[in-house]
Ligand binder design. Sequence first.
Ligand code: DI6
Ligand code: FE
Length: 412
Amino acid sequence: MTNAWDLLLTDVQLATMVENASDYGAIRDAAIAVKNGRIAWLGCMDELTESQRQAADQVESGNNQWLSPGLIDCHTHIIYAGNRASEFEMRLKGATYEELQKAGGGILSTVKATRDASMDELALSAAKRIARLKSEGVTTLEVKSGYGLELNTELKMLRVARQLDQQDREIELRTTFLGAHALPQEYNQDREGYLEILLTQILPEVSCQGLADAVDGFCEHIGFSPEEISRLFVLAKELGLPLKLHADQLSDLGAAGLAAEHGALSADHLEYSSEASIKKMAMSGTVAVLLPGAFYVLREKQKPALDLLRKHGVAIAVATDANPGSSPVLSLLLMMNMACTLFSLTAEEALAGVTRNAARALGLGEDRGTLEVGKRADFVLWDIQDPAELAYMIGANPCSRVYKDGLASNVA
Ligand code: DI6
Ligand code: FE
């Protein structure tokens, strides 16, 4: 029977996370069906006909557990070599993140280690970290380059991401080119020289090889100026690449507004963003990606203006920012908790932040991020009584089964 479902999952409580619904878009005592890796049907158990049930190739019970969309970590730097535990110790003694970076440490110390690492070494260490995220139900992961800052290592990082994506059907990796992450040591006295190489050689080559799904930059006084980022964005747009931006993390350079003016998919961090910038984000539909891990690790005091993001109707996502410096974090569930406790999101906003709005931040809002017919059958079964538990518990990991493209994974 050609209309038969490949999988019917019965006896679940659906947190559909559809837009403009309350209560997590919940459908209780429900079932969900998959055909060709997409959601083919969902509804209440009593709407399910006996013939539909009979025709399904495979029927599984969810044992009345909650089912959410697969989690999406929409901002990570998870491919890198080495670690920065010694900088952590220096920061505990009073050094600041900016001081370490200006002294040639910070991002640049990870650049050195990553340049020296082989593809296999990078793939192996990243796969271990990715396994932690998968165990919590992450089915889509964004990965940035930016620890190469020269052509070969930028290509190497992005190739490792593509390779990990192809080798593992349980998670999809989306790549972002972050050549404008920091000024490499060898261009210390020659900013213009690096920008020239970045814009005329590295980005065109990355684009030509189809290795990047988006382009990002670090707009900050220890990164790149708004003018420099504008030049990058103009070129990226010419190459047809969507934009993202590390914006207003440590100071207000109007970066979130700049990202919005260029139609960026997301502006990320936003601790220092002004209302004017937030209004521009609302106008352009730019998603606000909040990164409470970096805020916590750097002991920041200024929080993103959540009330203004809400007032102007900006979609809010939450991500790990997994990186060896400012956010050595491998738990998206913990980021949901921190987004609530540190930034005052509701538990429902936090779940929307790692599903529907995270999909949007990657330009994948039509394809995933909610439980709706036609969307990718990426979902997670949780051993919880109430979806608020996902943000409430710390260190619990109630993930009991993960489905990617309708197939159960071995991760939980
Ligand atoms: N902002 C961040 O949060 C990461 N990069 C950036 O521009 C930090 C990366 C690092 O410290 O290695
Ligand atoms: Fe980051």
